[in-house]
Structure formats: C-alpha cells, structure tokens
Write a protein that binds this ligand. Structure first.
Ligand SMILES: C[S@@+](CC[C@H](N)C(=O)[O-])C[C@H]1O[C@@H](n2cnc3c(N)ncnc32)[C@H](O)[C@@H]1O
Length: 282
C-alpha cells in the first residue's frame, strides 16, 4: 500500500537540487541532433499546485524553490537560469503557483523526434500524471512498478538518453532494489545515463547503497550531495543526494560551480556541506 504523495514535498530543497541536475543533463542531451529517450521509474504527477492543502500543510517549498524564486534575476547562477526560465514559463506573473515535477521539466526539452516513458504506481497519482500530458503523443505513461518496468524498456530504440530513478524510499528494500535494477539495466544498456535520487538520513541507509553500487562493477559514477544540517540532529532527513552514472561531458565541472552557490542559498544557517565526487571513475 503506497502512502507517499509527492504533493506534500514538491519544490522542497531536495527537488530543487534534483531538478537543477536534471535540467543540466537534459540540456547536454539536446546538444546532439540524434534522438534520445527519457525514462522515469517513479514519475509522480507532473505538476504541483503550491497553494494546495498538500503543499500548504508542510510548507516545504518555502525552504526550497521559494528561496530561488525571490532572488532578483541578475543574481541567479548562470547554470540555474534554464531551470528558472522553465518555471517562469508556467508562472508568468510575480507569484509562484505551479511547481514542475521531473516529467514536466524533462518534457520541456524534448524535440519532436525524442521520446519519453514514465512509470508511476499510485492509482491517484497516475491519473493526475495522465491528465498532465493528455493528448501528448510523445509521452508514454505506464501504471506499473518502475523497477521491473525499466528492465523491460531498456535499451530504448533511440540508443541514447536518461533514466531518472526517484523512489520515495518508503520501503526499506528500495535501497537494494535500486542497486539490483541498475545492475540489470546497465547490463542491457551500458551507454545510458542513469540518475538516482536518494535522501541523506540519520542511520545512513544510503551509505550501504553507495557501497554496493561502488562494488557493482559499473564505472563512471558521480556522487552529488548537499546537506543543510549536521547528520546528528534528530530530524530524519538532513540532506539530499544523487548518483549519476555516465554523466554528460562537463557535468562534474558544472556541479562543482553550482553546488557552493546552491548550498549557501538552501542552508541559511551555513550548516551541513556539499560534495561532488567520483564514487567510481573510468
Ligand atoms: C519522490 S516521488 C517522484 C517525484 C518525481 N520524480 C519528481 O521529481 O517530480 C516518488 C513516486 O513514486 C511512486 N512510486 C512508489 N513506488 C513505486 C514503484 N514501485 N513504481 C513506480 N512508482 C512508484 C510514488 O507514488 C510517487 O509518486
């Protein structure tokens, strides 16, 4: 039984970091004319109303996207401008009413010859997702388990592209399943880019996942983490992380430049830290 609803968390600082990285990867994919495929295992609903009772209840976006939204355009980091421009396209006035989920950001980059496959299991959220992209022939939505669905869908016929794996980690086995799924998918499609989101939690379940990944035999794995507080504080999630397998050319350098700026903004008490490091090199 799935109880996680992303609408409670949309636009929080973890979404901001994840979606900025997504935007940078999509931008890189668009540099070549040949078609690509975007695949997502845990898609959510696509768009989020920040005035909904879900978003208002937690107010998480106030410590995330709202901090960027309030900045004058002139001080936005150049590597965050595409992300902000996309958001502004859906929020033409002064107010930020709609936050975009990963499928909506990714869709923004698709050219007519590119494709998109989204998986989502929650019965209500998959209906909202279908509604977000209705009549859009480039977007294929599957109500199925994203882990097994991914194995069935790779390699895509486009041969290049990005897989975003963004579980809620509601189930403890998700950590292990991420690694097992990556191993199988990578075996079938070695040149694909894979980006996996994970929370930084007290108790450090992410450390075991990273260790297993480091020993998986997969090469070229970049780790990006940002924390806003020290890990010993009682709040469960103290930061956000992402591993990227086969990162595009210069993504590492871009993230090295963007993360300090982001950390300063998202961690007003100057607690926590950030890192961009290779878990496994070439
Ligand atoms: C963190 S949210 C996704 C947010 C989205 N990627 C974004 O950034 O906008 C995780 C989603 O995965 C869905 N989900 C949970 N288990 C799943 C599974 N095994 N397969 C597919 N979707 C699943 C949940 O219903 C939830 O909508």
């Amino acid at each position: 039984m799935l109880s996680y609803r992303h609408a409670f968390h949309a636009g929080n600082y973890a979404d901001v970091v994840k979606h900025l990285i997504l935007n940078l990867i999509m931008e890189s994919l668009c540099k070549k004319e040949s078609p690509f495929c975007y695949l997502e295992t845990h898609a959510g609903t696509g768009f989020y109303d920040l005035s909904s009772e879900f978003a208002e209840k937690t107010g998480e976006f106030k410590e995330g996207i709202q901090l960027l939204w309030r900045l004058p355009e002139a001080v936005i980091h150049p590597l965050a401008t595409t992300y902000m421009r996309t958001l502004r396209a859906f929020n033409p006035g002064q107010n930020l009413n709609t936050y975009l989920g990963s499928p909506a950001f990714a869709r923004h980059f698709l050219r007519p010859h590119d494709a998109m496959n989204l998986m989502e299991l929650h019965p209500q959220d998959v209906e909202l997702l279908k509604n977000s992209f209705k009549k859009d022939k480039q977007v294929h939505i599957h109500q199925r388990d994203g882990f097994e669905g991914l194995i069935a869908l790779v390699p895509p016929k486009e041969k290049r592209g990005l897989v975003l794996i963004d579980p809620s980690y509601e189930l403890k086995q998700d950590y292990l399943q991420v690694v097992e799924t990556l191993k199988l998918a990578h075996k079938r499609w070695q040149q694909g880019i894979y980006a996996v989101w994970y929370p930084l939690l007290n108790g450090l379940p992410q450390e075991a996942m990273l260790k297993k990944l480091a020993n998986s035999g997969i090469k070229k794995i970049l780790v990006v983490e940002l924390s806003r507080e020290a890990s010993h504080t009682p709040r469960a999630m103290y930061g956000t992380g992402m591993v990227i397998i086969n990162p595009p050319y210069q993504l590492e350098e871009k993230l090295q430049a963007l993360l300090p700026w982001l950390w300063k903004l998202l961690s007003p008490q100057a607690e926590g830290k950030w890192r961009v490091e290779w878990l496994v090199g070439e």
